[in-house]
Design a protein around this ligand. Structure first.
Ligand SMILES: Cc1ncc(COP(=O)(O)O)c(C=O)c1O
Length: 352
């Protein structure tokens, strides 16, 4: 087959725009050949359980799935009764970017809370965690947080623990959308379990795709009692891969050694470099949020954004204010960041 794209071109639109890490591709080749039992009873899925146990504790169980929306819907379904509801930030991916799948497919209700920085606090959760026993209100049963958040911010282990304690005191469970959990661990310089298992989290949607997999995530259940029936629900939700060895082999390649951490540290470092470069442009641009993981949010003059888009792809965040999101990936280079900044500076200077 002829290559149909420029393999040297990278953008700042999303960590999903990146390809697969060569070490992941090589693990797929190693996992190929011969026959292995389908639907998860294979050697790679067994190894994944050991790898996940080493990160999250021996009681953790991994359920590999195809994508992040699937991981979230499945996690929330497993954690809730039919009449249950999820308290989450207004900016949560489950609310903004899953086309209503938690509600339509999961059959549950989202109870959203506005936040300044994408993070829930016990005070914010309390705004929606009420009405227990009232048959007229969907019953709050889960608090869902995203780590790192959709706004590029982080929860500390103490912040997660406070949310878990509150949730458990109220009879709720705590779910973490960890599509970018590796970026959080890298930024916090902590093992994954420090802000999940050890902080009282019940279920994690463990991200792989944004950190270098072809595709693949896993629902990681930390408290088996919290999520009964997960295996049945995975099939019902069309997230059970028949050739599961190829999802598991990718996750093993990522999490067995330090590939997950190296890749996330690199993406975060590129975001920090980008942030520093934006700061150096003075008050012509305005960084709107703390840069704690691999995303940078900045307001640019609209005419400048339009020109910049001739060379680079990136997403509008708030088109009204000119705020854009710039994401770095495991394969973003220093040269990419510097070239982006140079072009931005040139356009700002030309604007006068
Ligand atoms: C916070 C968050 N959660 C989950 C996902 C997973 O989504 P997908 O279903 O596209 O794999 C994403 C991807 O953009 C995300 O940013």
């Amino acid at each position: 087959m002829t290559r149909l794209h420029d393999a040297d071109r990278r953008d700042f639109a999303s960590d999903n725009y990146a390809g697969a890490h060569p070490e992941v591709l090589s693990a797929l080749v190693d996992a190929n050949g011969g026959h292995q039992t389908a639907y998860g009873a294979d050697a790679y899925t067994a190894r994944l359980q050991e790898v996940v146990g080493a990160h999250f504790g021996a009681g953790a169980t991994a359920y590999p799935v195809f994508n992040g929306t699937g991981a979230n819907v499945l996690s929330l379904q497993a954690l809730l009764p039919r009449w249950g509801a999820v308290v989450c930030a207004e900016t949560a991916h489950i609310q903004t970017d899953e086309n209503g799948a938690p509600e339509r497919v999961g059959g549950l209700k989202l109870l959203t809370v506005p936040t300044p920085d994408g993070k829930l606090t016990p005070e914010l959760v309390a705004r929606q965690a009420w009405g227990f026993g009232d048959e007229h209100r969907a019953q709050p049963g889960v608090v869902s947080i995203t780590q790192s958040t959709e706004l590029g911010t982080l929860y500390t282990p103490d912040e997660v623990r406070a949310l878990a304690d509150q949730a458990h005191d109220l009879g709720l469970r705590l779910h973490v959308d960890g599509a970018r959990i590796a970026n959080a661990a890298a930024a916090l310089d902590l093992p994954l379990r420090a802000f999940t298992t050890d902080a009282g989290v019940d279920v994690v949607s463990l991200g792989g795709t944004k950190n270098g997999l072809l595709f693949g995530e896993a629902v990681v259940v930390l408290d088996e009692a919290a999520a009964p029936g997960l295996a049945y629900l995975r099939k019902m939700n069309m997230q059970l891969a028949s050739k599961m060895r190829f999802v598991s082999a990718q996750l093993v390649a990522l999490f067995e050694g330090d590939l997950w951490l190296r890749s996330a540290q690199h993406a975060n470092a590129m975001a920090a470099r980008l942030r520093a470069g934006l700061d150096a442009l003075g008050d012509r641009v305005h960084v709107t949020l703390p840069t704690q993981a691999n995303g940078v949010f900045v307001t640019l003059p609209r005419a400048v954004s339009a020109e910049l888009r001739r060379t680079w792809t990136f997403y509008d965040w708030h088109p009204e204010s000119g705020e854009v999101r710039l994401m770095c990936a495991f394969d973003t280079t220093e040269a990419d960041v510097d070239a982006f900044l140079a072009e931005l500076r040139r356009l700002l200077d030309a604007q006068g």
